[in-house]
Design a protein around this ligand. Structure first.
Ligand SMILES: Cc1cc2nc3c(=O)[nH]c(=O)nc-3n(C[C@H](O)[C@H](O)[C@H](O)COP(=O)(O)O)c2cc1C
Length: 214
């Protein structure tokens, strides 16, 4: 697949087949994550590939209440969701949440916190730089999945349940759970193009707010 086609069609998967992912395909997707940049080449990420049915069910059962709270908050405007088709997006995500245990693979992304050097801790806002050493690898994984013809769903809601997830998967002290990525073949077509803000709204020339492109 053309690189830019991969990027523009790597949408969030909501409807999965239960067919297993061949080992070689899964290995290529996980391998892609390895090549991502991270601060000081300290490589903080580890990946727990959950295929065990009982463990996936436990993850689904931990995820679902947080999803329903999120759905309720979205319904009353407490959480903003952007787009023309928000009711459909929420319905699709609700079905995804309910069936999370049936997705063939859930990759739990773990990050060794002491290997991350955040450079914005002294600022008077929440830090964001921690994530900079974690999420480029997740994006590599998502794009590799798309290139392999696999659907993928990045989630972070289950991070609320980090203690339970760590116990379930024997994740050692010092590691945070940073994302849970569902992977599998989709039972619906990939999107032809994702919905994102135009370049004119997000890229500025020399000063913030001065559009660089029409
Ligand atoms: C940081 C992050 C966290 C997300 N967490 C969740 C989640 O917990 N549950 C979920 O269903 N989708 C989650 N998503 C998927 C987004 O809802 C999705 O990317 C967004 O609606 C745009 O959809 P699209 O990528 O298909 O265009 C997350 C995405 C990101 C980048």
């Amino acid at each position: 697949m053309d690189f830019y086609d991969v990027i523009q069609t790597a949408g969030t998967g909501r409807y999965y087949k239960e067919d297993p992912i061949p080992d070689d395909v899964l290995a290529r997707v996980l391998n892609a994550a390895r090549w991502a940049p991270q601060g000081g080449n300290r490589q903080p990420n580890r990946y727990v590939v959950v295929r065990d049915a009982a463990k996936k069910k436990a993850l689904r059962d931990l995820y679902f209440p947080f999803w329903r709270d999120y759905l309720a908050a979205a319904g009353i405007g407490g959480i903003q969701i952007r787009g023309n088709e928000v009711p459909k997006l929420l319905k699709d995500a609700d079905i995804f949440a309910d069936n999370l245990d049936k997705v063939p693979v859930i990759v739990v992304v773990c990050a060794l916190m002491e290997a991350i050097h955040p450079t914005d801790l002294e600022l008077e806002r929440d830090p964001v730089v921690y994530g900079a050493s974690i999420y480029p690898a997740v994006q590599n994984l998502l794009l590799a999945a798309r290139a392999e013809g696999l659907g993928a769903t990045m989630t972070t809601l289950l991070c609320h349940s980090e203690p339970q997830v760590k116990e379930l998967l024997s994740i050692p002290d010092g590691y945070a759970t940073a994302a849970h990525v569902a992977l599998g073949y989709l039972s619906v077509p990939f999107p032809t193009k994702l919905t994102r803000l135009p370049l004119s709204e997000v890229v500025f020339a020399d000063e913030f707010g001065k559009p660089m492109y029409e």
